[in-house]
Design a protein around this ligand. Sequence first.
Ligand code: MG
Length: 134
Amino acid sequence: MKCLIAEDDFVSRELLHAYLKNHADCHMACDGLQAVEMFVDALDADEPYDLICMDIMMPGLSGRDAMKEIRQIEAEHGIGGLDGVKIIMTTALDDSKDIFGSFREGCEAYVVKPIHKAKLVAEIEKLGLLNPSL
Ligand SMILES: [Mg+2]
């Protein structure tokens, strides 16, 4: 499984990496713009990401705006529905407006910070991305 961690906070980024490194080949983006660029590069290389953990609050391009761009790019490539990258939004805000908006814009799940490993792994399992033998 190939995973992109998009998170502007260094400590949160390293924490997610520590949680996921045994489950996925993890790459990191420090903001929304970089996340979109890395998503496009992976798509162009025919090695798309399976999962993106996307922080909502990031400078420049927010996680929600980055996701909207990614879903738009997928649509332009004829990628839709179950073939799209799975996106888990991460947020410090238990903010129903952001969360409902994110689902409308195409995320599959969200986790509220502080993120606990068991909760994150359970969400990834629900998306069918984890090999049970790992
Ligand atoms: Mg942030």
